[in-house]
Design a protein. Structure first.
Length: 356
């Protein structure tokens, strides 16, 4: 770690490296760093640490812990709304035991790549967006303790890198390197957990930030899910979704076009849209209101974006249909649904959902 600091920040003469020096001087910098005495190394490291923490750094306004599987993650929200996971819990959630002393060091290579993405076998799956987003963030806890964190949204992106590597090796009939087998298992579990509730919602709930989140922050989430104008109609809900509801309600199935109970619209809102993302159902009702005939001009799903909204809807429906298949009663299904996909908004549960 010390060698990395020395190579990254110093060249001959002890002067800080510029961007122009950085690429051509890294090899020479490493050699010079290794030639320093232990006392010189400690002094340079001390100066680097002091410079890092002497700057004005933000203090968390909200903080808390939440669980994904058997992992406990520590989260914080900065004054600018940036949601963080502490570096130590970020690493442990990926199955990496390595952790900087006291949580104030940064584990990265000379070029700034965090060590958990530096392996050659991972590089084909690390996007430019991810590379640009892995800069550690220095902050203070509410009690004033100095910490290092990562943007919370990086967690599923990093886990996806390991899973893409696994898939590529499996496709090529190549063995998974033994040192990555445990990490891949952990990342698989992690992604399954995150499929149930978004990382943003988890951090906001853990820190209490959802109670004071301003309209702009919520709007940013909604804009990813919803279009400005509704799109052309396309079938988005498989028939099996309705068939399984009919089975649990003991209704005779014929065809939704001619046999659509009025209550089905309420079921769809409560089972799907109220659990898709924070504020989505309320915003859909605002953008797609009921007209004077008591109907909506378009289907709610026509307002979902192709990039975020429709994939999220498809993933949610896939999970919900799985729960419907294994449920023996409507009450049993709703119990599993509330555990697996809790509603994002505080929407009062209708009496009809409490029926056996």
């Amino acid at each position: 770690m010390l060698t990395r600091i020395l190579c990254k920040h110093y060249r001959k003469g002890g002067r800080p490296m510029t961007n122009m020096d950085h690429s051509k001087g890294s090899k020479g910098g490493r050699a010079r760093a290794e030639s320093l005495s232990p006392e010189e190394r400690r002094e340079i490291a001390r100066e680097a640490a002091n410079a890092r923490w002497s700057a004005e750094i933000p203090q968390a306004e909200f903080e808390g812990d939440f669980n994904i599987g058997d992992k406990t993650l520590s989260a914080a929200v900065l004054p600018n709304g940036k949601r963080l996971l502490t570096q130590a819990t970020f690493l442990r959630s990926l199955g990496r035991s390595r952790s900087p002393k006291a949580g104030t060091g940064v584990l990265s290579t000379v070029d700034g790549t965090p060590f958990f993405l530096q392996a050659e076998v991972l590089k084909p799956f690390v996007s430019n967006e991810l590379t640009m987003s892995t800069t550690p963030i220095f902050f203070k806890t509410k009690s004033g303790k100095r910490m290092v964190g990562y943007d919370a949204e990086l967690l599923p992106m990093v886990a996806e890198v390991y899973l893409k590597m696994r898939d590529a090796l499996n496709k090529a009939n190549k063995p998974i390197p033994r040192q990555y087998a445990h990490i891949i298992r952990v990342c698989d579990i992690l992604m399954r957990g995150l499929a149930h509730v978004g990382i943003i919602a988890l951090v906001d709930e853990a820190t209490g930030y959802q109670d004071v989140r301003d309209r702009l922050a919520l709007q940013e989430i909604l804009d990813k899910f919803l279009l400005k104008e509704f799109a052309a109609w396309a079938k988005r809900f498989p028939d099996e979704f309705y068939q399984e509801i009919f089975r649990l309600r003991n209704w005779t199935w014929r065809d939704m076009k001619v046999n659509r109970p009025q209550v089905m619209a309420h079921y769809t809102n409560e089972i799907v849209y109220a659990r898709l993302a924070p504020g989505v159902l309320a915003e859909l009702r605002r953008r797609n209101p009921i007209n004077e005939r008591g109907r909506r001009v378009s289907k709610h799903h026509q307002w979902l974006t192709q990039e975020i909204g429709h994939p999220a809807l498809a993933q949610h429906l896939y999970g919900v249909i799985g729960l419907l298949r294994v449920a023996d009663s409507w009450k049993g299904f709703m119990g599993m649904l509330n555990r697996a996909y809790p509603k994002h908004a505080d929407v009062r549960q209708l009496l009809l959902f409490n029926e056996t």
